[in-house]
Ligand binder design. Structure first.
Ligand SMILES: Cc1ncc(COP(=O)(O)O)c(C=O)c1O
Length: 378
């Protein structure tokens, strides 16, 4: 273990670099959670949970899915999730992190090649490393680079491309149709992390792959339930063969206590709301568009086209000062710094929420304009 003295020196150094983190309670209106549709406290979800609690639903699963932890609710929700995504099968995981690490390390063994977008989430990076497959990181959304790397591949196993569909810190999207075309042309597989698209994008809210022509490309998608679904956990959408293979080989699925059935009750109620209240996804995206328009000319929001709007500020000190100013004005917006984003690209990450109204966004725009100018001058 690292000696505590060394830990304290490290923490002091983080403070000197304005890069020290601490846990705080939510300071104000939510512009930083991933509860994009406002379902984490929705009365319909609460009622469903109360109903099932009163009916005697198990509070804990009791073990791994392969032992006594497999309940009727797991099977029922997996059938519903497969239908939601329009694929043959779905498999629940305890978190998106577990799902990414498990899927990548199980489906991409040593001897294979994985091409991973440079902006991919830490759980994808850890999954790729855990797979012990050869991997190449390609520049963000660079299709020519992917094409070049696939053309140069001469291994025996088909290569795999892995990307997020909505990038969590940029708020932009992957060119999924083009990546599918490249995968088809080169006989590659595609793994898509739909963490931030699930519930928000697609004709039925199932994500950005929904409605795309996927043909015969081996395709696996990861969907988290702790973001727009407002709960916790995740599921993998795939073929029956991939599901059965994961059940037999995936360590983050096998060697852990399954989520309690109560989590699945939440998922089902959230899926019902996503189906019956499509206004939520339209509204959250409209608010994000209004925010970007209101900041045009004063803030750099990168290539955001989604409910995630970054405001790029550069230095840690500037991101910290702007976030503190916003929190004083009642907006819970957090600074995002290295190592979550590259050095020198510190930012505010503004996550819109369907529970907000237009007037709140106008107030936020005014506060941001003022603080961006003030922190630039400082
Ligand atoms: C793109 C992406 N994938 C996976 C995860 C991990 O999901 P979870 O929070 O369910 O572990 C996150 C979480 O922030 C994420 O942003």
């Amino acid at each position: 273990m690292i000696p505590e003295r060394q830990m304290l020196e490290d923490l002091a150094e983080l403070r000197r670099r304005d890069n020290h983190r601490r846990l705080i309670l939510s300071p104000g209106l939510d512009f930083s959670s991933n509860d994009y549709l406002g379902l984490s406290g929705h009365p319909t979800v609460r009622r469903a949970l109360i109903r099932e609690l009163e009916a005697g639903v198990a509070l804990g699963s009791g073990g791994s899915r392969l032992l006594r932890g497999n309940h009727g609710w797991h099977e029922r929700i997996e059938a519903r999730l497969a239908a939601f995504r329009g694929v043959p099968a779905a498999l629940a995981f305890n978190s998106g992190f577990d799902a990414n690490v498990g899927v990548l390390s199980t489906l991409c063994p040593p001897g294979g090649l994985v091409l991973s977008d440079e902006k991919n989430h830490a759980s994808i990076i850890d999954g790729v490393r855990a797979s012990r497959a050869e991997y190449r990181v390609f520049p963000h959304n660079d299709l020519d680079a992917v094409d070049r790397l696939l053309r140069g591949h001469a291994g025996t196993l088909p290569p795999t491309i892995v990307t997020e569909s909505v990038f969590s810190m940029e708020g932009d999207r992957a060119p999924l149709a083009e990546l599918l075309a490249l995968a088809r042309r080169h006989g590659a597989g595609l793994i898509v992390d739909e963490a931030h698209a699930t519930g928000v994008f697609g004709p039925t809210g199932a994500g950005l792959l929904d409605g795309l022509e996927t043909g015969d490309v081996p395709l696996v998608s990861i969907h988290t339930c702790g973001k727009a679904l407002g709960g916790c956990g995740a599921f993998v959408a795939c073929s029956q063969a991939v599901k059965e293979y994961l059940v037999n080989h995936c360590r983050t699925f096998i060697f852990t206590t399954a989520l309690p059935p109560l989590a699945m009750v939440h998922w089902e109620a959230a899926l019902d709301l996503i189906a019956s209240e499509p206004w939520r996804r339209r509204h959250v995206l409209a608010l994000a568009e209004r925010l970007r328009t209101g900041l045009r000319g004063v803030a750099d929001c990168g290539a955001s086209t989604t409910q995630i709007v970054p405001v790029l500020l550069g230095s840690n000190a500037r991101a910290l000062a702007a976030a503190a100013g916003l929190q004083e004005r009642g907006f819970d917006i957090r600074p995002i710094r290295y190592p979550t984003v590259p050095q020198g690209t510190a930012r505010l990450r503004i996550a819109l929420n369907a529970t907000h109204d237009e007037a709140t966004i106008e107030r936020l725009i005014a506060a941001l304009r003022e603080l961006i100018a003030a922190t630039a001058a400082a």
